[in-house]
Design a protein around this ligand. Structure first.
Ligand SMILES: Nc1ncnc2c1ncn2[C@@H]1O[C@H](COP(=O)(O)OP(=O)(O)OP(=O)(O)O)[C@@H](O)[C@H]1O
Length: 694
């Protein structure tokens, strides 16, 4: 079995409009059953998909794959053998579909081969065009459409696909060409009518589940990978849309691409679109080969497909069915006997021997060329795209903006009313209320910002992991675009709040002091934002982060100098104040407010206090133990440094997530294998040279 694009079975289905690449070719397929007709029959299959140049085509062969994972912890850990001795050949120009009952190992196989596996141990060999390779290499030349569609819901369909095109198509391609490719893919996946619709979030209903799935496919296909893996691309789709999607996959394959998909219960129409079929059971291959031939194969083994029935249904009901109450009345074996027997039959079949021979003596031995590798965009390309997306995301989350704005205005007015005209209050209240409100300002910004960012960022983390894993962008581009978008919000919101409070309370009537207090408040908000990001990255579960963050913030508040006099903190706990943003914010704001202030007794004060007369605000600074806590400028600078340090820590935490998502891979090929493959490649080149000379 070789990648024979000249055979009638490999002939592509009829397609229309230029797509994916630069060459236009119209091809036709006599084998496809007629598509079900609808009133608006502008299906994906009526598109034209130009062929992939020969040198970009990829055959992925692998033999004797074993995949095991360890389940449970410590002594209770048990090893689970998920894939057992799996050998297959995914051919360029063919749509290969993996069928199997739930738990048969379809997704695991797809993940192992596509380089998406994150846990466990893989044994076996994988070859790209006859050369020893790895999952990581396959990842570089393929797109992967996951079963669960994780995508930022505030984007529109058009924006999501455009973002993928901008980030993953070569920067040498003009913006107009990229837009054209986006439009082509939208047409191809029948998404024209929904292209301006928002994808949808948990709180805002967006496009349907099927459309969402097609958006994820479009985001992968727009990059024109030579190989595409799709996990359950038809789940959740109606039968006609499912047919249209598989027809599209067939067209893609027919154009020279290697397309591998897992499917659940394909209809009869879909079954007849499949080129190569893999049937899996209990982590092993039960059949691999021509889909039509599978009918004869199982008939030969005593499981003929009844006339006029869907072969796929027959396979599921009579062969793969693991229930003891067999559906087939004349079932000769129980599932416990039938499945192992058929797995054994496959291993001894001539089809299996032919497959192993094909893997051993591949039709191509030339490996992959650089043109097959996916394009990696540069930071300068990524940052503007991610920045504008993050900005749109922030503005479209109207509920969050309204909540933030409402919170800052409400608290500003509330605090203004509670502390209204502090200078008109009695002597003790003037001191206590000023320190109290300044402390509240510092704490509120830190807590409010950290909690707000924590929940939003934690929700987005999954999208980041998926997109980063798919190679959309680099970590710095994502991180700095996020920080850059949060920054203005974290300046404007606290500014609104302090502007309301400052003048209502009657803090020092001095514009420069107002701006210093504003600056410190804003810096507190920035530190809070960075703490929120850090917590979101550091903890896997949002609920854990929400429980732990207040516990961490509490000591930072306690040692700020209001609740415990800085001079009286025990030495072994004294260090905490040095890492407390609240302390620097509070000390800075207190010094700013009390320096140059005259606090005078009022008529309501005791005669003794009235006789004592006005006191300088500096006395309060001394009594709080803040004399040796640095100047306002120094506190400002330390706060700035703490913000930067927290950002660096958040970056590291994000980097840790990326690193921990490292993928497990095949063991590197042995020296012997490499030498053999090299010799085969050279021999292949020589033969090619002879052919050219002739
Ligand atoms: N991370 C994991 N931890 C524990 N078991 C796992 C893990 N991954 C896979 N398995 C097990 O391996 C087997 C194959 O799983 P896999 O998801 O590949 O099956 P599948 O054929 O894709 O099933 P489905 O059609 O239901 O998605 C199952 O028994 C599953 O429980």
């Amino acid at each position: 079995m070789t990648a024979d694009s000249s055979s009638p079975r490999a002939a592509p289905a009829a397609v229309a409009a230029p797509l994916l690449a630069d060459v236009d070719v119209v091809v036709a397929d006599a084998r496809s059953p007629p598509a079900p007709k609808t009133s608006s029959d502008s299906t994906a299959t009526s598109s034209l998909i130009p062929p992939l140049p020969e040198e970009r085509r990829i055959n992925i062969a692998f033999d004797h794959i074993d995949y095991r994972i360890s389940v449970g912890n410590g002594k209770k850990a048990v090893e689970k053998h998920i894939l057992k001795d799996v050998s297959l050949n995914f051919r360029a120009g063919k749509l290969t579909v993996i069928l199997g009952a739930s738990g048969a190992g379809k997704t695991s196989l797809l993940n192992v081969v596509a380089g998406e596996t994150k846990i466990g141990k893989i044994n076996g060999n994988v070859y790209l065009n006859g050369q020893p390779s790895s999952g990581a290499e396959i990842k570089k030349v393929s797109g992967f459409v996951h079963q669960d569609d994780v995508v930022l819901g505030t984007m529109t369909v058009l924006e999501a696909i455009t973002m993928s095109a901008k980030l993953r198509l070569p920067h040498t391609l003009s913006p107009e060409d990229k837009d054209q490719k986006v439009q082509d893919i939208i047409h191809m996946l029948n998404l024209e009518k929904t292209q301006q619709s928002v994808i949808g979030t948990a709180t805002e209903k967006g496009i349907s589940g099927g459309e969402r799935k097609r958006v994820c496919m479009a985001m992968e296909l727009v990059t024109n990978p030579p190989c595409v893996f799709l996990d359950e691309p038809t789940s959740g789709l109606d039968s006609y849309t499912a047919f249209a999607v598989v027809q599209l996959l067939r067209d893609l394959a027919a154009s020279g691409r290697t397309v591998i998909a897992t499917l659940h219960q394909p209809s009869s129409e879909i079954f007849h679109l499949i080129d190569d079929l893999v049937i899996m059971a209990q982590g092993e291959v039960m059949y691999y080969g021509d889909a039509e031939h599978s009918i004869d194969y199982f008939a030969r083994e005593g499981y003929p497909t009844p006339q006029f029935s869907n072969p796929a249904d027959h396979f599921f009901m009579s062969i793969l069915n693991t229930s003891e109450a067999s559906v087939q009345k004349d079932a000769r074996f129980s599932a416990q006997e039938r499945i192992p027997a058929l797995l054994d039959v496959w291993k001894k079949s001539p089809e299996h021997s032919a497959l192993l021979k094909e893997i051993q003596f591949p039709s191509r031995t030339d490996g992959i060329t650089d043109q097959s590798l996916k394009y990696k965009s540069r930071f300068v390309d990524q940052f503007p795209v991610l920045f504008s997306r993050a900005a749109r995301n922030a503005f479209r989350n109207k509920l969050i903006i309204k909540a933030k704005l409402g919170q800052n205005i409400f608290l500003g007015v509330l605090m203004g009313l509670i502390y209204l005209n502090v200078p008109g209050r009695n002597f003790a209240a003037q001191i206590q209320d000023r320190t109290g409100v300044l402390f509240f300002l510092a704490v509120n910004q830190l807590m409010g910002s950290s909690m707000g960012v924590l929940s939003v960022f934690a929700a987005e983390k999954q999208v980041f992991q998926r997109e980063f894993g798919a190679g959309f962008y680099s970590l710095p581009a994502y991180f700095f675009s996020k920080v850059a978008v949060e920054l203005p919000f974290q300046i404007i919101m606290p500014w609104i709040m302090i502007s309301i409070m400052y003048w209502m309370i009657g803090l020092q009537n001095d514009v420069s002091k107002y701006f210093i207090a504003t600056g410190l408040t804003v810096l507190m908000a920035q530190c809070g934002t960075a703490i929120g990001m850090l917590a979101a990255c550091a903890f896997n579960e949002l609920s854990v982060a929400l429980a732990i963050v207040p516990v961490i913030l509490l000591p930072l508040m306690l040692f700020s100098g209001l609740f415990v006099n800085s001079d009286n903190i025990p030495v072994f706990l004294d260090w905490i104040k040095y890492i407390s943003p609240v302390k620097y914010g509070f000390v800075g704001m207190t010094k700013n407010e009390f320096t140059g202030l005259q606090i005078c007794p009022k008529d309501t004060d005791t005669p003794a206090l009235q006789r004592a007369g006005c006191k300088p605000g500096e006395d309060t600074i001394t009594s709080l133990g803040f004399d040796n806590q640095g100047s306002i400028f120094l506190n400002y600078m330390v706060l700035l440094a703490l913000w930067v340090a927290l950002l660096i820590m958040s970056y590291m935490a994000l980097w840790r997530i990326v690193r921990s998502a490292k993928r497990v891979d095949f063991a590197p090929p042995s020296a012997d294998q490499l030498a053999k493959a090299k010799a085969a490649k050279e021999a292949g080149n020589e033969l090619a040279g002879v052919a050219v000379e002739k």
